[in-house]
Each structure stands twice: as C-alpha cells, then as structure tokens.
Design a protein around this ligand. Structure first.
Ligand SMILES: Cc1cc2nc3c(=O)[nH]c(=O)nc-3n(C[C@H](O)[C@H](O)[C@H](O)COP(=O)(O)OP(=O)(O)OC[C@H]3O[C@@H](n4cnc5c(N)ncnc54)[C@H](O)[C@@H]3O)c2cc1C
Length: 403
C-alpha cells in the first residue's frame, strides 16, 4: 500500500487572490526553509542564537517587505501569505518563523499610515532587505494586556519626544534596526486604547537591554527586556496620530500578530505529526515482524491527529483570506484561528511524542524542541484566555477592551 503523505513538501495551495505571485513566494521560502533555516535550527535552539542566517536569506531573496504594499516597494502580500510563509519556516525552526513574523508585524504597523518621510526612512530599507523592525508592546506591569502600555511619551519640543519606561519580551531584541514601541502620551490615566506608537531607532541614546533571552523554547527569539531612560526620538517617528492606536490594535497589530503566530505554530504541529508518522512506518518489533504502522490503534490515533491539524490549518487559511478580503467577521475568525492553533500545537506535539516512544522523549530529540517551542503558543499575546474572552464579547456585541 502506498503511504499517503501527511504533509505536502510542495508549497501550500495558492490563494486565487494572489495567484502566481504567492506561489512563487512560497517556492522560494520553502527553498530557504530547507537550505538555510533547517541546517541552523539545532544550533539556534541549543545556543539560544538569534536566527540570523534565515532572516538574512529572506531579506536577500526580496522578502523584507512581504506585507508592505507594492506602492512602497513591498511584495504587497496579506495575511494569507504571512500564515503560509510562517508555517513553512515554522516547520523547520519556530524561532526563525516568529522573528521573521514579528518583523512583518512591525513593518505592517509602520506601513499602515506611513508619512512620505516614514516611507523613505523605514519602508524603503525594509523592502530593500536592509532593515529589520519588530514590535515592542508588552510591559511587566500590564503583562498579557499588551494594549495597556505605561511607558511615557513626552513631547519635549515640536521636534522631539522622550520615551521613559520598560518593555518586556521584545522579540528580535538587540538585533533589529528599529522597534515599534507603544507608549502613553500626556496622561497615564488616558482611557484604554488611547496610546501611541513610535518607531525607535536601534541606535537611540537612552536604551538599555536586559539579559539575553533564555527560554524553555523559542530559544532563538532574543525576546529581551528593554529599558527606556528618556530615549529621545524625532517627533516625525510617531505613527498615525497621538492616542489613536486602538485603530492599529484591531486593524493591524492583532490580525498580523495572530496570524504570524498561528502560521508558526501550525508549522510546529505539522512537523510533529510528520515525525510521528515516520516513526510508525520505520519502527519494527521483532516479536511481530511488523511495523507500528500496522497497528489499528496507532492508525486511528494518527488519523485523528491529522484531522485536527487539517481543520485547524483550514480555519487559519480561511480566516486569513477573509481578513484580506475585508469580510466583516474576519477578525473574530483570526482570533479563533490563533486559539485553535495553540490548542492543536500543544496537544498534537504531546500526542506525537507518545507515538514516537522513548526515542522522541530523548533530550535533544526533534520532538523535545517541538514540545518546548509549542508551549509558547498559549502564552504569547494575545493569549488564549484573553482571545476566548474577546471572541465571546464580539459575539455578545460588547467592547473587546472593557477591562
Ligand atoms: C517567546 C515570547 C516572545 C514574545 N515576543 C513578544 C514581542 O515581540 N513583542 C511583545 O510586545 N511581546 C512579546 N511577548 C510577550 C507576550 O506576548 C505576552 O505579552 C507575555 O508573555 C504575557 O505577559 P506575562 O508573562 O506578564 O503574563 P501575565 O499577565 O502574568 O498572564 C499570565 C496568564 O494569565 C492570563 N491572563 C491575564 N489576564 C487575564 C484576564 N484578564 N483574563 C483571562 N486571562 C488572563 C494570561 O492569558 C496568561 O496566560 C513574547 C513572549 C514570549 C514568551
């Protein structure tokens, strides 16, 4: 009997919205994932090393501006492309996928309302593959409530702002060329959502990085703490208008952030399933003379896992495509996609480890890394618990940010 492949090694199916452009992008990304990302994945994890080779290869291949509009020199892709690109990268190395994904999220926030000056200073080098950006929202004080910054943004003249506060878990921390930082202008008592985002250049005075990132998983992320001691930035680094960032949160930050994570962890789950499948095919018992693939119990378990992964993948693609198409309920579906991917990835890797027996439980096994990486899916903001509340509120017609 031929063995049906669980995962196509060909790029994911192409959206009719993007046609051959997306197909060509996915072929190239898959090549980079296999030739550059995969060979570096073990060292990135073992040494908690920022995934420079994969990031540079993606930039050199022309994908610095994946989700930046073509009018600004980008590739003009949307959420569907981001999901599939992060999935392909995440199959080989979750750290590379999320570091690249966070660059894309930062770039999409800058591009959403960029002034001509911001296009030239940030988007042109991003699209030319000369500039990495990233999102720096989370703070220790407000934790998972990433939309409640307490970092102060103070106008010190018509030309300059001063930033004072502290950010946590800044992925790409210390390696990016700029940071999209959230802060509260004027009054810290401003209503929820009335915060601002600015672009902080990496060479700005008054920035102090915390210790190197030493996570259980996602070990290449360089998700570090950043202290801002009166860091001064030009006032034309403000994105949009002061205090209007609630618009960004639900139109740009949340959808792009959620889909970058959903794609990454779909990739992790896909690889876990493939590893388990290979083990069942290869593992022979001497007392039966047959492989584990002949066991109907294990066939049943593998089939069930495949079905969960496939329905989660389809939900993610569908949610991403519906956001790209501007459908009204798209954001709720995007939120649900990240929740379902987190559940799927954590449970599937756990089950796949059981199917792989003791060999998967070895320290340093691929399954070991996948399990550690997958565990970040629930706790990366917007977290699973907060998203479930938001989905419920959306269905009940209530404001999402009511606490
Ligand atoms: C690997 C990694 C990379 C990251 N990268 C970035 C990044 O690039 N940029 C960035 O800005 N942030 C980033 N973060 C931060 C992340 O997105 C979360 O904001 C952060 O981990 C959560 O904050 P906390 O640890 O203080 O959780 P806590 O606030 O202590 O929350 C603990 C748990 O309680 C739950 N919880 C809290 N409040 C509620 C509530 N009201 N209702 C229901 N449940 C609730 C949370 O969901 C969570 O599961 C990263 C985090 C990690 C681990």
């Amino acid at each position: 009997m031929p063995v049906l492949p669980l995962t196509s090694r060909e790029p994911n199916r192409v959206s009719p919205m993007h046609g051959s452009d997306l197909q060509a992008t996915l072929y190239k990304v898959q090549e980079i994932a296999k030739d550059v990302v995969a060979p570096n994945a073990v060292a990135i994890d073992a040494q908690a090393r920022w995934p420079e080779p994969g990031i540079r290869a993606l930039q050199n291949a022309g994908f610095g501006g994946l989700v930046v509009p073509t009018a600004y020199g980008g590739n003009g892709h949307g959420l569907l492309a981001l999901a599939k690109v992060c999935e392909l990268l995440g199959q080989e190395c979750a750290s590379t996928a999320i570091c690249y994904g966070m660059h894309c999220v930062g770039a999409s926030v800058i591009a959403a309302n960029a002034t001509p000056d911001q296009q030239e200073r940030f988007l042109t080098p991003i699209c030319a593959g000369r500039h990495i950006t990233t999102l720096s929202l989370s703070e220790a004080g407000t934790g998972a409530h990433f939309y409640l910054p307490q970092t102060a943004l103070e106008a010190i003249s018509a030309e300059e702002y001063r930033l004072t506060g502290s950010k946590t878990f800044v992925t790409n921390g210390g390696h990016a060329d700029s940071y999209v930082v959230s802060a509260v202008a004027a009054s810290p008592e401003a209503p929820i959502g009335q915060f601002s985002c600015v672009v902080l250049p990496a060479d700005c005075e008054g920035m102090k990085w915390g210790a190197d990132w030493d996570g259980l998983g996602m070990r290449g992320n360089s998700s570090r703490t950043l202290e801002l001691h009166g860091a001064r930035i030009p006032s034309n680094n403000l994105l949009g208008k002061e205090g209007d960032q609630i618009w960004y949160i639900f139109n740009v930050v949340t959808p792009y952030f959620l889909i970058a994570m959903a794609g990454t962890f779909l990739g992790v789950a896909t690889t876990a399933l493939e590893e388990a499948r290979r083990h069942l095919v290869r593992r022979y018992h001497t007392h039966t003379g047959s492989s584990l693939a002949q066991s109907s119990v294990l066939q049943h378990r593998l089939g069930s896992l495949w079905a969960v992964l496939e329905r989660t993948r389809r939900l993610t693609y569908h949610a991403a495509a519906s956001f790209d198409a501007g459908e009204p309920d798209a954001l709720t579906a995007v939120m649900a996609a990240k929740v379902e991917v987190a559940d799927c990835a954590v449970n599937l890797v756990n089950e796949a480890m059981t199917l792989s027996g003791g060999i998967g439980y070895r320290n340093g096994s691929r399954m070991h890394r996948l399990l550690r990486d997958a565990r970040a899916a629930h706790l990366m903001s917007p977290t699973t618990d907060i998203l479930r509340v938001w989905i419920g509120r959306a269905l009940l017609g209530q404001p999402l940010l009511s606490d």
